[in-house]
Design a protein. Sequence first.
Length: 162
Amino acid sequence: MKAVIFLIWAAAFMAERPLLAEEQQDVAALRALDQAYAKEWIEGDAEGVMALFTDDATLVPHHGDAPIEGHNAIREFWFNPEYPPTIIPEWQREAAEVLVLGDVGVVRGRARLVWEYDGIRTTIPEGNYVLIAVRVGAVWRIRMLTWNDDPRRWLQEPVEQF
């Protein structure tokens, strides 16, 4: 945890100077990774979602749920074949900050999410997220992801069946 705090502090300190060309490329790549995460969910591509994560990735879910550690545990959490699939018809993610320090990047943003699960459509009108990525070879992968929102603001309704 101390390393994460130091990383965020150091990246914020470095953000006050103009970005070099390679840093601009990294920022663009991290923004693309952030958007790809939502795109793969909207397309319903479980393999595409999982390909964005490192093998040792960790999810730190909202509402104080226990962290989910490792690629297999994340797959089981999100794509367990024993449960109905989660459908994401809408996910707007807006990165407010992108910080790069060597082979580690941080994306902090706001999001609006609509998902359907087991006949119920849930809309989260707004929430926060932090994505920590690492460079793996020539590409960026998600190493840690956390999010939060206010469940008192969730809107829930039955999914219309046609």
